[in-house]
Design a protein around this ligand. Structure first.
Ligand SMILES: [Fe+2]
Ligand SMILES: [Fe+2]
Length: 167
């Protein structure tokens, strides 16, 4: 879960704070709950479910927690919340490499290459994957914009705020 007012940008102190929170969630995570995954499968299309299944256990747990946020108004928002980080499957980085990619991206912006660059680029990659999968525009847009400030979001402010709260 995150703050409502400002989102972590692709670089900067907020990216590091977001990373620190996710890092501790990662090392404490017990893996996705099977009953929760069954519930989510009922909301996803077949192609979305295929993408979800490729996410790491830690990212699937994060997806389920996000989709269950009480701030979300409907199933379209729950699907968008669940799939916002799906672009991370392209990079396939573990916890420590994510720390490295995030810190390096803040300290040395523009120098990341390969999978580390893909990790930093996961919003754009995820949006493209969801578009290819035929996902709703809300899910595509939120994947693309989830690291932007909600003030910069193209979504209605209440929708962006709910989805930001869920992340
Ligand atoms: Fe993300
Ligand atoms: Fe996230």
């Amino acid at each position: 879960m995150g703050g409502l007012s400002r989102r972590s940008p692709a670089g900067g102190v907020e990216a590091l704070i977001h990373l620190a929170r996710r890092f501790f969630q990662s090392i404490l995570d017990q893996g996705p709950d099977a009953a929760e995954e069954d519930w989510l499968m009922g909301l996803l299309s077949e192609r979305e479910a295929t993408l979800y299944a490729q996410m790491s256990p830690v990212d699937r747990s994060h997806a389920l927690r996000s989709a269950r946020c009480p701030a979300l108004a409907d199933d379209a928002q729950r699907v968008a919340a669940a799939l916002h980080d799906v672009g991370k499957i392209q990079a396939g980085l573990g916890t420590w490499a994510r720390v490295g990619a995030t810190v390096a991206g803040v300290v040395l912006p523009g120098v990341l290459r390969g999978r580390w660059a893909d990790y930093r680029d996961h919003p754009r990659l995820g949006a493209a994957m969801l578009r290819d999968a035929g996902s709703a525009e809300l899910a595509v847009t939120w994947a693309a914009e989830h690291h932007l400030s909600t003030r910069k979001s193209s979504l209605p402010p209440d929708v962006a705020a709910a989805l930001a709260a869920a992340d």
